[in-house]
Design a binder for this molecule. Structure first.
Ligand code: ATP
Ligand code: MG
Length: 245
């Protein structure tokens, strides 16, 4: 895949595959393209070259008679309902309660009944430890609680793929553990494919099958967490790891 912002190319000839159920952590210095990759998969950015495939099917563009053709928006939207994303800044709807935030997409996008969506939302809130906050407004919650709601909201769509972009970076240190605990639980109890960007290296080591080190929009090296963290092959990886560890 390829991505340019105006004249600036940030991803070029980038090619990688994530297996179903695989959990991959993207690491690398600021500006190396990690967020851009997740936003491209979420179709929040337009891919300027190449293709992205989900379950073997093209997501936004496909090759037809040797040409690169954009897919109908409807088709792309159908595919992205199977992808969830959680951001550094929780991005909850501030004018809705916690419960309303979670049921919004299941009701309006998946067409679930309000009763069914509510029942599932309550189970999810239980799961993220916020069963008592269903009727609260997000502004009344701590950052860690808001982030757990954002995770529950993503899970309410039963995603096959979950994209997590530095979801604990905006949190006070004492709130990070609860959020990571929820993510560990998801990793252990579901087969959701996860692409995550995090500076929590112990967490990355524990939950990921593979770590990819990016530099300048390219994969500098990749491998199982033990290999990347204990025995990095590139000096850039070593210096990056020593700066975050
Ligand atoms: N909307 C945009 N317009 C122009 N350039 C952009 C835009 N978004 C990202 N970029 C550029 O693309 C490159 C990759 O940015 P990206 O946000 O993906 O990096 P990152 O690895 O997530 O960095 P960080 O660790 O700081 O979050 C950077 O050079 C950035 O300046
Ligand atoms: Mg980023």
């Amino acid at each position: 895949m390829e991505k340019s912002f105006g004249p600036t190319t940030v991803l070029k000839n980038l090619n990688f595959t994530v297996a179903p159920g695989e959990r991959v952590t993207l690491i690398g210095p600021s500006g190396s393209g990690k967020t851009t990759i997740l936003r491209l998969v979420m179709t929040l950015e337009e891919l300027t070259g190449g293709y992205i495939f989900v379950d073997g099917k093209p997501l936004t563009f496909e090759e037809r008679d040797g040409k690169r053709v954009e897919l109908p928006k409807k088709r792309t939207r159908e595919m992205t309902t199977r992808i969830g994303m959680v951001f550094q800044q929780f991005n909850l709807f501030p004018n809705m309660t916690v419960l309303e935030n979670i049921i919004e997409a299941p009701v309006h996008v998946l067409g679930k009944s309000k009763a069914e969506a509510t029942k599932e939302a309550k189970e999810l809130l239980e799961r993220v430890g916020l069963a008592d906050k269903a009727d609260a407004h997000p502004t009344r919650l701590s950052g860690g609680q808001q982030q757990r709601v954002a995770i529950a909201r993503a899970l309410a769509m039963s995603p096959e793929i979950l994209l997590l972009d530095e979801v604990t970076s905006a949190l006070d240190p004492e709130l990070v553990g609860d959020v990571l605990g929820v993510l560990r639980d998801i990793a252990e109890t579901t087969d959701i494919t996860m692409l995550l960007v995090t500076h929590e290296m112990q967490f990355a080591r524990d939950v990921s099958h593979r770590v990819m080190m990016f530099d300048g929009g390219q994969v500098l090296e990749e491998g199982p967490p033990d290999q990347i963290f204990n025995n990095p092959q590139h000096e850039r990886t070593r210096s990056f790891l020593s700066s975050v560890l």
